[in-house]
Design a protein around this ligand. Sequence first.
Ligand SMILES: *Cc1c(COP(=O)(O)O)cnc(C)c1O
Length: 349
Amino acid sequence: MSTGNLTIDLDAVVANWRVLDAKSASEVQTAAVVKADAYGLGVEKVSRALAAAGARRFFVAVAEEGAALREALGPGPEISVFSGHMSGDTDMIHDLGLVPMLNSVEQMTRHFEALPGHPFGVQLDTGMNRLGMEPGEWSALRDICLAQQPRLIMSHLACADEPDHDMNRRQLLAFHDMTDGIDAPRSLAATGGILLGSEYHFDLTRPGIGLYGGFPYEDADPVVELDLPVVQIRDLAAGESVGYSNTWIAEHPTRVATVSGGYADGINRAISNKAVLFHEDTPCPILGRVSMDLIGVDITHLRENPKMLTLLGAHQTVDDLAGVAGTIGYEILTQLGSRYSRRYARGRT
Ligand SMILES: *Cc1c(COP(=O)(O)O)cnc(C)c1O
């Protein structure tokens, strides 16, 4: 077998959820954001593990994801949809009991006309200018909307992973301006907002990346390990090259392991000639370009020929690799390929 092995530690996901839950007061509910197939880790397994641990409220980006999640979770837990009520979503929202976060007058009109009495929430824009109603729009609709008893009034922070950014406070004040005195549950914080402190927590928090072991939750338990099998080993003389376009040339005799895994598996080409893989505790540099299915790795300094080399794990987190690739942990996770053989570990039970 030559596909990479991706191990996803569901106990670590649950442990991260519990720690983030414990960071807010007991009356603050902690939801779980499982959009994009639970950040690439598998929405069915991840959401079931979280539901079993006590999560009762889940968020997805689009109604189609809500449908898959309802299938995984069954009828109990509440499933909310950030993109709201789009045209064509009505049957899914109705039949699967999804809760759209209405983002505009248009969505609100659509929802109240198509599904009167069906639960909904409202997303407000407090400065990110991505989704949600603007202050002017909201003040015109507020009374009509509140009469229908929204399940949640929410907004999203643009800079929560930078605690000192003054945008955080500006958005907090804007959210207070738009929602103080309202008798509906409120939510402002994702992972970064939870870590900003209790004034950002309101009634419900919405962590995503922190559950999956990523920054800005620096103390998270690592969730993923990615091991790539060595397909072939060869010895190079000085002057020989490795990979496409000869971007790496041996200065000394070098032993090269070719591992199975490449950009078709979501391994970013930007790590070519830069990142390392690990054999136990020993880093082994990538030689040359990442190909579609293969990567060359320097193992000259190892005492044995390895069977596998580790790209993600305790020695190199998703954020470490993201740093080398010039991206963010979220992207490393959501790019993890479909070719890996995936194993869900419950290591601590
Ligand atoms: C993705 C998302 C979240 C979760 O954010 P993390 O940074 O992954 O914790 C929460 N709320 C909204 C609106 C989102 O789009």
